[in-house]
Design a protein around this ligand. Structure first.
Ligand code: GLA
Length: 379
């Protein structure tokens, strides 16, 4: 059964009525990693994998929600002290609380949801979950008065305050603002953004999911952020967006080797996003690809968020002659994103699958990427 049909039939079975369907997407990011919380640039797009929820106000002060994929039902109230213990439900609870904290309205509702964003793959299933509820609750209880940036911030604050991840704004922004066939270059300092048509002639974007997750993402992620903040504080600036390599060299002796490496990656990554945008406009995919490899290298050696499996996938891509390849998202497992010439696609997918399986005993998962719309009400 299609996802929509499964949701509708489950909703009807549990609540004896029908509600309104909403969806919000996972995301990819072509380049610009760990730059969002440093006030830098990111270049994401929403993808054709989403979380869909059917929702209806229930006239009480309680939320009743069923996750089809986890096969679990949870009920909670809307006061701070009502926080559920289940991680997936905390995302929804957090969104409710963050709307209320901003003076918005949330009343009790019933919901059933399901999704096809792979979990733990670095495709932001959590942002998709936050965004679908933020979007829906804005529509249902707030006459869409909360603007889209604030909806993204509601998801981000949910991660900070209810899930322990001090993330940037990229994932929720992409999930809310995504547009079919377009990537978005977002300046995370000014929050200005631009849509870039993305239909590379003669190339495909393919994700190779290692299906490994090495660490709990929260604490090592937060430690990376702290390193960046320490260096910015040392330089007397708000974020590393305003730092140059020369600035960094100047204070090298006063910061730890680790903080130095983290900042070196972030400062270099800022320029790579701009280079990639320029190259895309010119149709220069060789430069796009070269920068992707540089980003991988920096994420692996300086930022240290890669792992053996992802480095191996990157090596295979290079050996096959893939134009660009790098780890995508927060790191510590998940996917590589690859820009592959059409003619090389079959060979690359086959080689990567076989070699990876031979070495690690399980095949990676392959996802073709279609850039799609972000949060919306379903027809
Ligand atoms: C995670 C975070 C984002 C961003 C990326 C790394 O996906 O949620 O805010 O920092 O990692 O680019």
């Amino acid at each position: 059964m299609e996802m929509k049909e499964r949701i509708k039939s489950e909703f009807e079975k549990r609540f004896g009525t029908d509600g309104t369907l909403y969806a919000s997407s996972g995301r990819i990011n072509l380049i610009g990693e760990h730059t969002d919380y440093n006030g830098g640039f990111v270049f994401p797009g929403a993808i054709d994998k989403c979380i869909m929820a059917e929702i209806k106000a229930n006239g009480t002060e309680r939320v009743r929600v069923f996750s089809i994929d986890i096969d679990e039902y949870v009920e909670f109230g809307l006061e701070e002290s009502d926080a559920p213990t289940q991680q997936w439900a905390r995302y929804i609870f957090g969104v409710c609380r963050e709307i209320i904290k901003r003076g918005g309205t949330v009343k009790g509702f019933d919901a059933v949801f399901a999704g096809n964003v792979p979990l733990g793959a670095g495709l932001s299933s959590s942002a998709a979950l936050e965004s679908v509820f933020a979007f829906a609750l804005n529509d249902m209880f707030n006459d869409n008065r909360i603007d889209k940036f604030e909806l993204a911030r509601i998801g981000q604050s949910t991660e900070h305050n209810y899930c322990g991840v001090k993330c940037g704004i990229m994932d929720q922004f992409a999930s809310i603002f995504g547009k079919e066939g377009h990537l978005m270059r977002l300046d995370c300092r000014s929050m200005e953004f631009e849509y870039f048509p993305f239909k590379p002639e003669g190339y495909k974007l393919v994700l190779v999911d290692s299906v490994v997750k090495h660490e709990l993402v929260g604490s090592p992620y937060n430690r990376r952020r702290e390193s960046c903040e320490r260096v910015a504080a040392k330089l007397g600036i708000e974020t590393l967006r305003d730092a140059t390599m020369e600035d960094l060299e100047r204070i090298k002796g006063e910061i730890s080797e680790e903080d130095y490496m983290r900042a070196r990656f972030v400062i270099g990554e800022k320029q790579r996003v701009l280079d990639v945008c320029d190259a895309l406009v010119k149709g220069d995919y060789e430069t796009v690809g070269a920068r992707m490899y540089e980003t991988h290298n920096g994420l692996s050696k300086d930022y240290e968020v890669s792992c053996e499996e992802l480095d191996y996938l990157n090596d295979i891509a290079k050996e096959c002659g893939v134009t660009g390849s790098r780890i995508m998202g927060g790191g510590f497992g998940g996917c590589t994103i690859n820009l592959v010439k059409d003619a090389l696609y079959d060979k690359f997918v086959k080689t990567a699958s076989e070699k990876f399986e031979a070495k690690y005993g399980h095949a990676p998962k392959i996802y073709d990427v279609v850039i799609s719309d972000g949060a919306h009400k379903c027809k």
